[in-house]
Design a protein around this ligand. Structure first.
Ligand code: IPE
Ligand code: IPE
Ligand code: MG
Length: 257
């Protein structure tokens, strides 16, 4: 399976010099609060504007022919924020799923949710499960929402699943391989991200997709998420298309000397 899609025939991409697009783009949507605060607005206004950017990003990913778009919407560590901000973010997520689901179905977008579902509010859990069920038939872009997600938490849950299989005598510890670990992660049915974008100026992963990012390309944009428009998205895609991915081997044009 190739990680990129060749797009010689698609003018919309070659027009901007984009000859290949990543199959899976994952975005750390960061900088909402600072964007708002620098304008004298409450942090929540940044989150509200961030939802607009999110909608545009989904459309743009479809336009460019990206197959999987993962968006980090709330981390397992974000619960430590002030209660009022957490409540606002929960309400925004509910509203997005509730208001946009019909539109997503119309656009043939399949929704997947990754992250821990343990101890989540029942009605929120129902809403998220519903979004997955109602879009299960869609065959276009896969929109992966990372909610209550932390890579270390995901590992711990995966290790527990594997340990339970060993305890049950289904699996020998010595036989556990990379595929067994991958199969126990929330992303078991998803390809690894080819490109990880972080907006907002920070250059860290903040516990996002640590296992899956093994050979991802990274792109750090200074632009805060509320201002990350389709032009900024294209800049990230163009940077990706100029990268030489070697996976520990050599470039295809290496001479071997
Ligand atoms: C990202 O923006 C959104 C979430 C983490 C939910 P932030 O809220 O982290 O904004 P900054 O980084 O403080 O500016
Ligand atoms: C990462 O951003 C989480 C999301 C974008 C949802 P944070 O703002 O939580 O990350 P740190 O605290 O700057 O590392
Ligand atoms: Mg942040």
């Amino acid at each position: 399976m190739t990680a990129t899609v060749e797009f010689e025939a698609v003018d919309v991409n070659s027009e901007i010099g984009l000859m290949s697009v990543p199959r899976h783009v994952a975005i750390i949507m960061d900088g909402n609060g600072r964007w708002a605060q620098s304008r004298g607005l409450p942090r929540t206004e940044g989150h509200r504007r961030g939802v607009k950017t999110l909608r545009e990003a989904v459309k743009h990913a479809q336009k460019r022919g990206i197959s999987y778009l993962t968006l980090f919407s709330f981390s397992s560590e974000n619960w430590s924020r002030p209660q009022q901000e957490v409540s606002f973010l929960m309400a925004l997520l509910r509203r997005f799923v509730h208001d946009d689901l019909k539109e997503l179905i119309k656009a043939n977008v399949r929704v997947r949710v990754i992250g821990s579902k343990e101890n989540l509010d029942k009605s929120l859990l129902t809403l998220l499960n519903d979004a997955e069920l109602k879009t299960a038939h869609c065959t276009g872009l896969v929109l992966v929402i990372a909610f209550n997600y932390g890579a270390r938490d995901e590992y711990v849950r995966a290790v527990r699943k594997l340990a339970a299989r060993v305890e049950a005598g289904e699996l020998k510890a010595a036989d556990i391989g990379e595929d067994d670990v991958s199969a126990c992660l929330d992303t078991s049915d998803l390809p690894d991200p080819d490109l990880i974008v972080r907006t907002g100026g920070e250059q860290r992963l903040s516990n996002f997709l640590l296992w899956q990012a093994a050979y991802a390309e990274f792109y750090f944009a200074p632009t805060p998420w509320p201002e990350f428009d389709s032009g900024a998205f294209d800049d990230a895609l163009l940077a990706f298309s100029n990268r030489d991915r070697r996976y520990g081997g050599l470039s295809s044009d290496a001479t071997g000397t």
